[in-house]
Design a protein around this ligand. Structure first.
Ligand code: PGA
Length: 252
């Protein structure tokens, strides 16, 4: 973790959470965070869009911020079932995840689509968390760095800077599996991402790079200590304050 970059610990709740329990969890997290006057990291929850406004309201004043998990590329229009980045912002979001591997796989999101969504996120004044990562097959074929290069090059929108973009490295095979890459592998990929970014944007050394995929309390400190890891994108272990807190604590 570098002093130059403020860490970000982000929870991705995916399609989980009903109102009562979710509000309790965010209140609990807010109370834990509230004991720190000036947290040394940014703390984010990306709940389902149905809970965004209410959770943002409960989290006001607690340093816990809210984000969306996906957005449409257009600001409004005839797109039944979709939600725009402007709508997320209007509901209290500060960030939006784009290009999560579950969206790339389940909804056929290509790098071009991810880039358009990232551009929409910036247009709305939100920070885009752009996800990249190789599948197991790609890793076994020794293609990890090539896949990451393609994804970074083609998913980053015009106008990306260290203030409006975060990149999350999430090996697909590590998501929800309990498996994580070795710290050496994480280090190599993060270094590679930073090198790619430095060819694309001026303030590449200030862009925050998150690691995601089976991050939990027991492995967070080790992962956060890796060079060029500036935080985490956490799925399963972000659903309760009790599980999320030990991860937040590694940076706060
Ligand atoms: P996980 O998910 O922490 O449950 O592995 C991470 C993610 O998909 O962002």
């Amino acid at each position: 973790m570098s002093n130059m970059r403020r860490p970000l610990i982000a929870g991705n709740w995916k399609m989980n959470g009903l109102a009562d329990e979710s509000l309790r969890q965010v209140q609990d997290l807010g109370a834990r965070v509230g004991k720190f006057d000036d947290p040394a990291c940014d703390i984010l929850i990306c709940p389902p869009a149905t809970l965004l406004r209410e959770m943002a309201r409960v989290a006001v004043g607690s340093s816990v911020k809210m984000g969306g998990q996906n957005c449409h590329a257009e600001p409004s229009g005839a797109h039944t079932g979709d939600i725009s980045a402007e709508m997320l912002k209007d509901s209290g979001a500060r960030y939006c995840i784009v290009g999560h591997s579950e969206r790339r796989a389940d909804h056929g999101e290509t790098n071009a689509i991810v880039r358009a969504k990232a551009a929409a996120t910036l247009r709305a004044g939100l920070v885009a968390i752009i996800c990249v990562g190789e599948t197991l097959e790609e890793r076994e074929a020794d293609k990890t760095l090539d896949v990451i290069t393609e994804q970074v090059k083609n998913s980053l929108p015009a106008g990306a800077t260290a203030t409006n973009v975060v990149v999350a490295y999430e090996p697909v095979w590590a998501i929800g599996t309990g498996k994580t890459p070795t710290t050496l592998d994480v280090k190599a990929v993060h270094r590679h991402i930073r090198e790619e970014l430095s060819r694309m944007i001026n303030d590449a050394d200030r862009v925050r790079l998150l690691y995601g995929g089976s991050v939990k309390g027991s492995n967070a400190a080790e992962l956060m200590a890796v060079e060029n890891v500036d935080g985490a994108l956490v799925g399963g272990a972000s659903l309760t304050a009790e599980d999320f807190w030990p991860i937040v604590k590694t940076c706060i």
